[in-house]
Design a protein around this ligand. Structure first.
Ligand SMILES: [Zn+2]
Length: 716
């Protein structure tokens, strides 16, 4: 999946439920192959780098005065200048992709300043920007913007009115409820048909497990949540008794949901026959709970395909009555407080942070001031304006498709390379080759521009002078997003060619590039292209682009054909209409693939990146390492047909893109847990396998980067 995992947080981590499941599947597969532990086979090379490599990802390892030859430690030599020029605080980590995130954030605000952009989205976003960054006005309003939303929930006097409330986009724009509309996605077996996922409400203590198993962490979260809710309600004028009752009621409902939720426990036939259902089925499960009334009120009356935790749904009617009304209102109240407080004044936000810190052992005592660029971007993202921002960004930075078409041509070239690579593999049977190529041909390539536009002309964003607030603007954006979702879910067909600009899991503004096995589709986001811009600026060459942006694309394509990807067919289906697995790789081919991947893992297992610390567990990183090498190989195949290809620029581009600086403890944590190799290994171990690299730098026996030809391992 994602190529860069670590210090960059989880922003390269796809958050859709489906993709998460695959990530887990990959993690599990890796665990299985890691069971053998750090195997050391005889006949393999000695430690990678022959003692001439340092872990250049770790801060303080590479110094300005070090004389490092490219031939000995390529990653350290190429990145030395960058590394020594970084001025990082002790606890600060850095990576080249973080530079791209910063660049994107500053570009969003550049776009707002560009007066030649005059459309509705620009207008709405400019007003929203002022709402967010005008702290004087925010501070003047204090907690007041929240009041009417909380008052409305508190005014509900009957269970029927609570139903009306949930059903109303006007009163309940933020989709609060027990089970509410989530994503629109393809059905499990019928990938050409859509379904609306009905999701359980967000828990105030985060994960469901926190309600089932009381640990220190749960207690810490609870104290923090209690403190936050109490502070906010007190500011709104609530007394101690009603604050206590609100918390108690909220936890009672959440505990009920957590105890009865069982989506992860269903077997396959239940998933197909019960979880996946239609309106009639939904009404049957719901019993007395008015789910359809709520959905219809929110615009979902034409939807006839749902994915629902049907056993939980069946139990909701037992708490949905007048006796539980107060608890239910408390539950909605806490949902609103948690969603809304970040839109309030600085005093409130800092107070809530302080409460969280006081309850957390990890308190470092410092409140870090965020840049305006980051604050604006985060608020736009969290409060429904990201699609508009994506639209505006594309208008400014991609006025036509020239650049997009260049990238498309590059990807088409990559697909040609993969076709050649597949046909050339001696260890693959003809049948497997044919299926792999068929899948490759049907792989969709999505570059930068989604299929639709985001039109925010119907969204009302009032300025402070007009009596507007961030929360009101967010409410109206949420109504637009809900209406769009209802329209999508009403279409029974799922077109995997359609890339929805409103789908937050596929936001082109993210610094991300990934392959989705369930769609057999590959995505390069606009944010990803900015990685090259962040490192090289406008003067980036074709080869440098291939080295930093292109290698990841190439790496991702290979995931369609690896141990996991081969379980999904050319339409992204894991099961056919009869429920049979669509796996297209024969058992013999699969075991030959595993054998080669294991060999590569064994080589990684010889490495001890930080002297005196633990060895790498090759079994865990071997699948991602395989994808790295396949990615490089495919580009080198393309390079054969490019006159005067600048190999040096390409290899340096890869090293520059992989450059990162982190604390030793972060690095050690990754050696233990991450299923991607360390960044400097991804550079050095991958590149030393290729003749083109060895020849470009005249690498000879005795050099750190040298690996005897018979010890090189290329899976593909
Ligand atoms: Zn990967």
């Amino acid at each position: 999946m994602r190529i860069i995992p670590r210090s960059t947080g989880d922003f390269l981590f796809k958050k859709t439920g489906k993709t998460m499941a695959v990530m887990l599947a990959i993690a599990m597969a890796c665990q299985v192959s890691a069971c053998g532990g750090a195997k050391i086979s005889e006949g393999l090379a000695d430690e990678p780098g022959h003692g001439k490599w340092v872990d250049s990802d770790v801060k303080g390892t590479v110094k300005a005065e070090d004389e490092i030859r490219l031939q000995d430690d390529f990653a350290a030599a190429v990145n030395q200048k960058t590394i020594v020029s970084l001025e990082l605080k002790d606890d600060e980590d850095w990576s080249a992709t973080e530079g791209a995130s910063d660049l994107m954030q500053s570009r969003f605000r550049e776009a707002l300043k560009d007066e030649s952009l005059t459309g509705a989205n620009a207008k709405v976003l400019r007003t929203f920007e002022n709402l967010v960054l005008n702290w004087d006005e925010r501070n003047k309003l204090g907690i007041e913007p929240m009041r009417k939303y909380i008052d409305d929930i508190q005014s509900i006097s009957s269970i029927d009115e609570l139903t009306e409330y949930q059903a109303s986009l006007e009163r309940n724009p933020f989709n609060f409820g027990l089970i509410m509309p989530g994503n629109v996605q393809a059905q499990d077996i019928h990938s050409d048909k859509s379904t609306l996922v009905l999701k359980v409400a967000r828990y105030s203590l985060g994960e469901r497990d926190n309600y089932l198993d009381y640990t220190d962490k749960t207690l810490e979260l609870k104290e923090s949540n209690d403190g936050t809710v109490a502070y906010l309600l007190e500011s709104l004028g609530y007394d101690e008794k009603s604050i206590k009752e609100t918390l108690k009621g909220c936890y009672a409902i959440e505990k009920f949901l957590a105890t009865n939720e069982c989506m992860s426990l269903y077997n396959r036939s239940e998933v197909l026959d019960q979880v996946q259902t239609d309106r009639v089925g939904l009404e049957g499960y719901a019993g007395g709970y008015p789910l359809l009334e709520i959905l219809d009120g929110r615009g979902f009356s034409k939807v006839d395909s749902f994915n629902v935790d049907y056993k939980l749904l069946g139990k909701l009617s037992s708490i949905y009555d007048q006796n539980h009304l107060q608890d239910l209102k408390s539950f909605f109240t806490v949902q609103m407080l948690q969603l809304g407080y970040p839109t309030l004044d600085k005093g409130t936000i800092e107070k809530v942070l302080e409460i969280g810190r006081a309850k957390s052992e990890k308190d470092d005592g410092e409140y870090e001031e965020k840049s305006d660029d980051l604050v604006f971007y985060t608020m736009a993202k969290d409060y429904g304006f990201l699609p508009a921002l994506a639209d505006l960004y594309l208008e400014k930075y991609y006025p036509d498709d020239t650049k997009i078409n260049e990238i498309r041509d590059f990807i088409d070239g990559l697909k040609d390379s993969y076709r050649t690579m597949i046909y050339e593999e001696e260890w693959l049977s003809d049948e497997t080759k044919a299926s792999a190529v068929e899948k490759l041909n049907n792989m969709l390539v999505n570059v930068v521009r989604p299929s639709n536009n985001a039109d925010y002309s119907s969204v009302t964003v009032k300025s402070y002078a007009e009596g507007g607030t961030i929360l009101d603007a967010a409410a109206d954006a949420a109504r637009l997003l809900c209406a769009h979702k209802a329209e999508r879910a009403s279409d029974p067909a799922m077109d995997r060619n359609f890339w929805d600009i409103f789908d937050g899991n596929f936001a082109t503004t993210e610094v991300n590039c990934f392959y989705s096995p369930q769609l057999n589709s590959f995505y390069i986001m606009a944010g990803w292209v900015a990685v090259g811009d962040a490192i090289y600026g406008d003067s980036i060459t074709k080869e440098e682009f291939m080295g930093c942006v292109g290698i990841v694309a190439s790496h991702e394509i290979s995931h369609g054909f690896d141990g996991n990807g081969s379980h999904y067919d050319l339409y992204g289906r894991r099961y056919d209409d009869d429920g049979n697995e669509t796996d297209w790789m024969s058992n013999e081919d699969r075991s030959r693939l595993d054998e080669k991947v294991d060999q590569l893992g064994n080589y990684f297992s010889l490495a001890r990146p930080i002297p005196g610390q633990r060895q790498v567990e090759g079994g865990r990183v071997q699948n991602e390492a395989t994808a790295d090498m396949a990615g490089i190989k495919a580009i080198l195949y393309m390079a054969r047909d490019i006159d005067g290809f600048d190999y040096d620029g390409f290899f340096r581009g890869f090293a520059a893109f992989m450059c990162e600086q982190r604390q030793e403890k972060t690095e050690l944590g990754d050696i233990e847990n991450d299923n991607h190799p360390l960044a400097f290994h991804r550079v050095n171990i991958s590149l030393q396998q290729f003749d083109e690299f060895v020849n470009t730098y005249d690498i000879k026996p005795g050099d750190g980067m040298y690996l005897e030809p018979d010890k090189r391992i290329n899976v593909w």
